[in-house]
Write a protein that binds this ligand. Structure first.
Ligand SMILES: NC(=O)c1ccc[n+]([C@@H]2O[C@H](COP(=O)([O-])OP(=O)(O)OC[C@H]3O[C@@H](n4cnc5c(N)ncnc54)[C@H](OP(=O)(O)O)[C@@H]3O)[C@@H](O)[C@H]2O)c1
Length: 323
């Protein structure tokens, strides 16, 4: 089969799409013929050895896929060949076939095609967990989303609106803000000029946002700490702009919480809660309230280009590889 393969850590374009052996269905696992793979920021990091997990070589990136089961391993009796599934595979998804533990599979809902299925689990799973369980976002509260034109950011606008919040979407350029507005953001803020804090304060009568979904990190996180409301919750989602060093006096002055969000760990530690979240998310998708913002699809041969678009910050919404 063909796959984008990482044989040693290096820049995204130092790895190639090549022919490798098909995966086998080990006990407890299935093989899935991948129809679409979601691309996300961890793919940029994992091939360079900069992610929190470093798989053994050789490996393919790609943590989420949608496809059709083509082989069943020993001990798997609740799935069959031909089932349409979504799988969170950790890595190995940017390939024609991948193996997945049966416990990580979800049936692809009727309302979804393969592209939506591949675009769905990581970003919506993370955001719903972040806003519901970690941020305890309430109807009528103000939610600030940074990196609002990117993969997880676009889902935070949609889910924030579905939960009844007033959403302020913040991003670095007009193209990303136009997407945010189209997805339902009430207000948009361009932080390309570095003025996030002042603009959010202006939009909230000087109070600041109740919940902040920060998918950017770096200096943007520090600005978020300066425009959070009293008793606000600042959600730590990711760090494409770097891991900031936080002056903790800001948390004291604001009486706010800095709340870590690690969805992957949540799925393993609290599988029932995660399954309930997905029931609710799939229902919202079926009602048309959620729709992955897939702005560009690539072929497997274009995997480098697809991953690089996240690295160089040109990607908008969700990027998918169709196989
Ligand atoms: N906590 C969790 O469980 C969890 C789950 C999934 C993803 N994540 C993390 O969430 C973050 C976003 O992931 P994603 O897949 O949504 O990525 P993405 O689509 O590339 O979006 C990230 C956004 O970050 C902004 N950004 C600022 N500085 C950047 C830089 N130097 N390089 C690249 N982007 C930069 C960009 O928006 P502007 O240009 O508008 O600033 C970009 O749209 C990543 O750190 C990822 O690891 C965390």
């Amino acid at each position: 089969m063909k796959a984008y393969v990482c044989r040693e850590f290096g820049p995204v374009d130092s790895h190639k799409v090549e022919e490798i052996e098909d995966p086998r269905a080990e006990p407890g696992m299935v093989v899935v013929d991948v129809k679409a793979a979601g691309v996300s920021f961890p793919d940029v990091l994992i091939v360079q050895g900069k992610y929190q997990f470093q798989p053994p070589f050789p490996f393919s990136p790609g943590g989420e896929i949608a496809g059709v089961i083509s082989e069943i391993g020993e001990g798997v009796d609740n799935w069959k060949v031909g089932d349409r599934v979504i799988a969170m595979v950790g890595n190995g998804g940017i390939a024609e076939k991948t193996s997945a533990f049966a416990t990580t599979l979800m049936p692809l809902p009727e309302s979804m095609d393969f592209k939506d299925g591949a675009a769905f689990p990581l970003n919506y799973g993370t955001t719903y967990y972040a806003l519901k369980q970690r941020g305890e976002l309430k109807k009528g509260e103000t939610l600030l989303v940074t990196g609002a034109g990117g993969g997880v950011g676009t889902t935070a606008i949609e889910i924030g609106k579905a939960m009844g919040a007033r959403v302020i979407a913040a991003a670095s350029n007009q193209e990303k803000l136009d997407i945010a507005k189209r997805l339902g953001a009430d207000e948009v803020v361009n932080y390309g000029d570095g003025e996030l804090k002042e603009k959010v304060k202006e939009l909230t009568d000087g109070l600041g946002a109740d919940v902040i979904y920060d998918a950017v990190g770096g200096d943007i996180f520090l600005q978020c700490m300066r425009c959070v409301n009293w008793k606000g919750r600042v959600l730590v989602i990711g760090f494409p702009a770097g891991i900031p060093k936080v002056p903790t006096n800001l948390a004291l002055l604001k009486g706010c919480s800095i709340v870590g969000v690690f969805w992957g760990s949540f799925t393993g530690r609290e599988p029932e809660e995660n399954a309930k979240n997905f029931e609710e998310l799939f229902a919202l998708h079926a009602e048309g309230k959620l729709k992955p913002e897939i702005t560009k699809s690539y072929s497997l041969d274009e995997a480098v280009e697809a991953i690089k678009s996240l690295e160089d910050r040109t990607a908008t919404g969700k990027v998918v590889i169709e196989i």
